[in-house]
Structure formats: structure tokens, C-alpha cells
Design a protein around this ligand. Structure first.
Ligand code: SAH
Length: 241
């Protein structure tokens, strides 16, 4: 008797299909973070006029998705700020790039950031300057940022939990100071800690209102040149209780 070819029978194919359908499904694959980053830089940052090639390269290499809560990773490369816990936010990618470019980072510079938050801006700076100092007033965020920065292997970022209004006098002066929360007035201690020739980028204005992103340059004679760059909206730079 001739053997039947089983695979010629439609019922067998149906059974095979059913079995395959019951196979455990694969978890949805991870997005291609690298290409999302390239796209973010091209569409949101270069397209809006940021030109400094070192800044663009830093924005292309820092894994922003690792600086946001796990549940928001897939949105990390979107054109908006995201919540990072404790009522705080990581700034929109364009604003991070713009503030960094305005400060004209040089590889021999030392930079101070006030408002560590997730640690993302500090990581971007770490690609561009010799040493980064960053202060955060909320202990929980400061500790999370420290763990993240350590895990990613950055060795030129110094973090401190404390009130940024006082700055970091022992390590001053700084060639650039970025303030990533808005004070109503520029804190005088921070202006003192800016080097001669140094650049500060700071959103100045009232909580909830429109603030002005200012670029402040300290000339060798100590005089300050202040330029309003853009209306922005940041969380407030709070005073410690
Ligand atoms: N640069 C951050 C985002 C900053 S959000 C990032 O890349 O993720 C602003 C941060 O400033 C918040 O984490 C807030 O807690 C912190 N902050 C507010 N007032 C502060 C102060 N007086 N000193 C230091 N940090 C302060």
C-alpha cells in the first residue's frame, strides 16, 4: 500500500497552524534606541538650528531612555519633557541641546549644573568638558542619578545633594554653569562662582509663568553681559526649607 503524504492533507496544515498559533508569543522587541536617537537629533535639534558638532555628537550618544522611568522609555526620544518622579521633569531634548550649545563647552572646561534631576544633562556635559559638578536638592532623585551615572561608567561627574543657591564653592570657579530649574533672580553665589570669561545659562522667572532663558557672560573686568534667548517653562529652583 502506498503511504499517504500527510502534508498533502489540508487538515494537517490546519493542525500545524493551530499549534504554531498556540506557541508562546515573543515579547515585543526593544525599539532601536540608536536610530531613535539619530532621528531625535536630526528632526528636533539640528532642524531647529543647533550646529555645534560636539554637542550634536553628545546628544547622539547619551542613552536618554536610561534616564527616564522604565514605563516611559519608549517615549524618551519624543519632542517633549517627561516626568522623572517627585514632581520633576527631564527637559525636552532640544532645550538640553540648546542650553549646552549656548554655554560653549570646551574640552578643558569645568562645568557646574544646578538641578541634577535624572542626571541626563550632566551626562551630556560629561562628553564635552573635563569635569562636571552637579547638585540636586531632592535626596531621592540625587541618589537615583548617582546610581545611574555609576552604572553607565561616567568618571568625570561629581554629584552632591544640596541647595544649589549656595553653589559648590570649594570647586569654583566654573567655566560654565547651567541652571536647569528657574530662580526668580539669578543666585548671586552662582555668579560669584563663574570664572572670568565664563558662561551661565539660566531660565529666570516666576513659577508657573513664562520664564526667559538667559545667557550671561562674565567679562574679564567682572562685568556681566545678559542676553534673553527664548521664553521657556521650567520647574522652580526651590529654596531649602
Ligand atoms: N537637569 C535635569 C532636569 C532638571 S529638573 C535632567 O537632566 O534630568 C530640575 C531639578 O532641579 C529637579 O530635580 C529639582 O529637584 C532640582 N532643584 C530645584 N531646586 C533646587 C535647588 N535649590 N538646588 C538644587 N536642585 C534643585
Amino acid at each position: 500500500m502506498r503511504r499517504k503524504n500527510l502534508f498533502a492533507m489540508p487538515a494537517v496544515w490546519l493542525a500545524v497552524g493551530w499549534l504554531l498559533g498556540c506557541a508562546p508569543r515573543q515579547a515585543p522587541s526593544e525599539p532601536r534606541w540608536e536610530s531613535l536617537r539619530q532621528e531625535m537629533v536630526a528632526r528636533q535639534i539640528e532642524a531647529r538650528g543647533v550646529r555645534d558638532s560636539r554637542v550634536l555628537a553628545a546628544m547622539r550618544s547619551v542613552p536618554r531612555h536610561l534616564f527616564v522611568p522604565e514605563s516611559l522609555r519608549r517615549e524618551a526620544y519624543g519632542d517633549f519633557p517627561l516626568p522623572i518622579g517627585d514632581g520633576q521633569t527631564i527637559s525636552q531634548p532640544y532645550i538640553v541641546a540648546l542650553m549646552t550649545e549656548l554655554a560653549r563647552p570646551e574640552s578643558s572646561d569645568r562645568a557646574l549644573e544646578i538641578g541634577t534631576g535624572s542626571g541626563y544633562q550632566a551626562a551630556v556635559l560629561a562628553h564635552l568638558v573635563r569635569e562636571v559638578y552637579s547638585m540636586e536638592i531632592l535626596e531621592s532623585l540625587g541618589n537615583q542619578a548617582a546610581a545611574r551615572i555609576r552604572a553607565l561608567g561616567y568618571d568625570n561627574i561629581n554629584l552632591r545633594v544640596g541647595d544649589g543657591y549656595a553653589g559648590w564653592p570649594e570647586s569654583a570657579p566654573f567655566d560654565l554653569i547651567l541652571i536647569t530649574a528657574a530662580p526668580e533672580r539669578v543666585p548671586p553665589a552662582l555668579l560669584d562662582q563663574l570664572s572670568s570669561g565664563g558662561r551661565m545659562v539660566v531660565p529666570v522667572g516666576q513659577e508657573g509663568g513664562v520664564q526667559s532663558l538667559q545667557l550671561i557672560r562674565k567679562h574679564p573686568d567682572g562685568s556681566l553681559e545678559i542676553k534673553d534667548v527664548l521664553p521657556v517653562r521650567f520647574v522652580p529652583l526651590v529654596h531649602s526649607p
